[in-house]
Design a binder for this molecule. Structure first.
Ligand code: AMP
Ligand code: ZN
Length: 115
């Protein structure tokens, strides 16, 4: 675990977070600066810098994270009206934390294209 990685430190319990889900491969927390009434971050337990760094043996993890996102959307009561799962990747993608995560945003209408 990189000791300077924010999300690794949250997963390890070294930094506080509002955790809403945890299993052997995925941890979900509420975003500290929510951009929608529901804004959850789905984190891979394993440190992977971004979706661009997912290797062959970790591909199933991507499907798992999306499935957990759908499960949490239903649990949060935003599934019927719809929601967005977002993976910011790299500088132009707007990624600010280099640890694989998917945003679950819901509870309001979303614009397209994104800014
Ligand atoms: P991204 O910009 O896609 O890399 O997403 C990083 C997200 O992490 C942003 O939406 C931040 O608001 C969020 N964030 C940063 N620090 C924390 C923290 N300590 N706890 C929860 N979310 C955080
Ligand atoms: Zn990490």
């Amino acid at each position: 675990m990189p000791s300077d990685c924010l999300f690794c430190r949250i997963i390890a319990g070294q930094l506080p977070a509002s955790q809403v889900y945890s299993d052997d491969s995925v941890v979900a927390i509420r975003d500290i600066a929510p951009q929608a009434p529901t804004h959850i971050l789905l984190l891979s337990r394993k440190h992977i810098a971004s979706v661009a760094d997912v290797g062959e043996k970790d591909r199933d993890l991507l499907g798992k994270i999306l499935a957990v996102g759908a499960e949490l959307a239903a649990r949060e009561g935003v599934a019927t009206d719809g929601y967005r799962l977002v993976v910011n990747t790299g500088r132009n993608g707007g990624q600010t934390v280099d640890h694989l995560h998917v945003h679950l945003l819901g509870g309001r209408p979303m614009a397209w294209p994104p800014g």
